[in-house]
Design a protein. Structure first.
Length: 631
């Protein structure tokens, strides 16, 4: 018989310690195209947050605890390793160098020592394996405006680095054709982000008699500055490129022929679904070729924030949706004909590395190779897991998309008539609402563009008004008087801004490494996002100074009436800790209620188990105090 107890006071079998210690996650899946060996990158909070290269099927680490397979390119990293013909190449985070390693061997450096160079997104030449094309991010001059991004060639035989192409502000996704005669890549320029105006180029590859790799004049493939984004290129044959572009309003697949130098859509008619995700992190993959001839491809797309699987015949555009239990599918990689591996998670299962086998006229077969919960001695029973509900909430005549997680614990029920507070930890009797406010991906370019010039307005209104609506008819899912808003980074900015603009809407707020001063963000953030806010705010701080000031929580902090918790990493280079220090000081000077927690050994987010545990415990204790649940 379940115990009757108020929402937010339920006893949970999930401790903060178990979450922190077992918060292992998968950053990427890597497949050796020659040997078909599968590897993955595992982020382990229990080992100071380092990322580990693992042979997936053997379940063995490739190196000891002194190594960290991670890159700082674009600060957010990604694409830190690639395998080819029994050799794995990876970026080591502590020194920024690239290393090669084989099973049972020790890492060998293949780039010179440098305090200023960062490498990521490797492409190994399929014939002359010694040559590896890579993104090179040069921080010789540390100011973000002086950081240089380019494509380079790493010669693994001589351990030297040579320039390949440059001139654009950013580069990503270099890929050799199967015969090694062509190279494709993505590039973009300020103020675009890769999902705004990513451009694809292809060039002929030449390997000289002197042992050098060069490329010819780049040829434009797809994308348009500030208007259409093309990205995620891959080769289905020596002549044909596969990529995605949002000319229809959604990211749909297209092909490009080298022979005719022309592009065409893969689908018979466009789908209002995105076949990729915004490239905040390098190295994403959302499709894989299912046969050696490149005729059939497995795609993943987003429908109402849930991944769906398609098997598509490229020549005809014939599309078959495949049955799949997975709500998220990432890092899709070809293994062999009919075999694909990816990171997948289900509603009631944690993320796992999944081998998918397809065959004509039969349902796909899914085999779990490794679960992110494998290391857990006490996995969470399924009956304690909250099942998400997708919502489209009407806000001022515009649908705002959200995902609602109801309180879930078979051992407890709430008193009759009580509604749950909307914050954290559903097993403890809290509800959780994730608002995908205007600007979020998965709903097409028009929805993304809602945030242009309106950052600090649309996001704040969508989150606040959607939460208010959920506490009223026809929803009546939460107690509107017991809601807290929380978010990290840009979500932290939205949290702070909402508490300023709607001072009575929320009972509390938590900002995790959030932005308080937009002008300071413009002055001190890293290169990747240094011009991002120009589009979101309508210009630079010199062009629209009033917008920067009006929307900065720092200059409106005197309006904050709700208790606020701020958590920050001292090593954060994306949102420096000075942002947090400044707003804490203003709130304190105005006799506001603010608690501050700073981790001296963390950056933009928590990687270490002990810090994850401390942050969770602090946040839960904060909400219990605010909502009076300790009585």
């Amino acid at each position: 018989m379940p115990t009757t107890s108020p929402y937010g006071t339920w006893e949970s079998p999930i401790s903060s310690e178990s979450i922190a210690q077992n918060a292992t996650s998968f950053d990427d899946v890597i497949v050796d195209p020659i040997t078909s060996v599968i590897y993955h990158i595992e982020k382990r909070p229990s080992e100071d947050g380092r990322s580990v290269l693992v042979n997936t099927e053997k379940n063995t680490d490739l190196f000891d605890r002194t190594w960290n397979c991670r890159t700082g390119v674009h600060e957010y990293g990604g694409a830190a390793a690639k395998a080819y013909n029994g050799v794995v190449y990876f970026s080591n985070y502590s020194d920024g160098r690239v290393y090669s390693i084989q099973d049972g061997g020790a890492p060998t450096p293949i780039t010179p020592e440098s305090d200023f160079h960062r490498f990521a997104d490797f492409a190994i030449h399929p014939v002359e394996n010694r040559f590896i094309v890579s993104i090179l991010e040069d921080h010789t001059k540390p100011d973000p405006s002086d950081v240089i991004s380019s494509l380079c060639v790493i010669d693994s035989k001589s351990s030297t680095v040579h320039p390949l192409t440059g001139g654009a502000d950013f580069y990503a996704a270099p890929q050799f054709s199967p015969d090694g005669l062509h190279l494709v890549w993505q590039q973009w320029n300020f103020p675009d982000m890769p999902w705004d105006g990513g451009l694809l180029y292809v060039a002929d590859v030449t390997i000289g008699s002197s042992g050098t790799l060069t490329i010819g004049e780049p040829r434009y493939v797809a994308g348009k500055y500030q208007e259409a984004s093309a990205g995620y290129p891959s080769w289905v044959s020596n002549d044909t490129l596969l990529y995605t572009v949002d000319v229809s309003g959604f990211q749909n697949p297209w092909t490009y022929s080298l022979a005719t130098q022309s592009s065409s859509p893969v689908l018979k008619s466009p789908k209002d679904e995105d076949f990729n995700e915004p490239a905040w992190i390098l190295g994403g993959s959302h499709n894989a070729v299912l046969d050696s001839n490149g005729h059939t491809v497995l795609f993943t797309a987003l429908r109402e924030v849930r991944s769906v699987l398609y098997q598509i015949t490229l020549k005809t555009g014939a599309t078959e949706e495949l049955e799949s239990p997975f709500v998220t599918i990432e890092s899709v990689r070809r293994v062999t004909d009919s075999n694909v591996v990816f990171i997948g998670s289900q509603i009631d299962e944690p993320a796992a590395i999944i081998l998918c086998t397809t065959s004509p006229y039969e349902k796909p077969q899914f085999k779990q190779l490794k679960s992110s919960a494998s290391a857990s001695a006490n996995p969470v029973p399924k009956e304690y897991l909250s099942k998400p509900q997708s919502l489209a909430i009407d806000v001022n005549g515009q649908p705002v998309y959200a995902v609602y997680y109801p309180p879930t614990n078979p051992d407890f029920v709430a008193p009759a008539g009580e509604l749950p507070p909307c914050v954290y930890f559903t097993t403890r009797g809290f509800a959780w609402l994730t608002v995908n406010y205007g600007g979020s991906s998965g709903y097409g370019r028009e929805y993304i563009n809602r945030l242009n010039k309106e950052w600090g307005v649309v996001d704040v209104e969508d989150c606040t008004l959607a939460t208010i609506a959920l506490g009223k008819s026809p929803y009546s899912l939460i107690d509107g008087k017991r809601t807290a808003i929380r978010g990290g980074s840009a979500g932290g900015f939205t949290t702070l801004a909402a508490l300023c603009v709607f001072p009575t809407a929320f009972a509390a707020g938590t900002s995790l490494y959030g932005i308080s001063d937009l002008k300071k963000l413009e002055d001190f953030t890293h290169k990747f996002e240094s011009k991002y806010m120009f589009k979101l705010l309508g210009g630079s701080s010199q062009e629209v100074p009033e917008v920067y000031k009006e929307r900065s929580p720092l200059y409106n902090a005197d309006k904050i009436r709700s208790p606020l918790l701020i958590e920050q990493g001292a090593l954060d280079k994306v949102v420096p800790p000075e942002q947090a220090h400044a707003i804490v000081k203003i709130i304190q000077e105005n006799q506001g209620q603010v608690e501050y927690l700073e981790f001296p050994d963390e950056g933009h987010g928590w990687r270490k188990a002990e810090n994850i545990q401390t942050a969770l415990e602090k946040e839960l204790a904060f909400y219990k105090e605010v909502f009076g649940l300790n009585k």
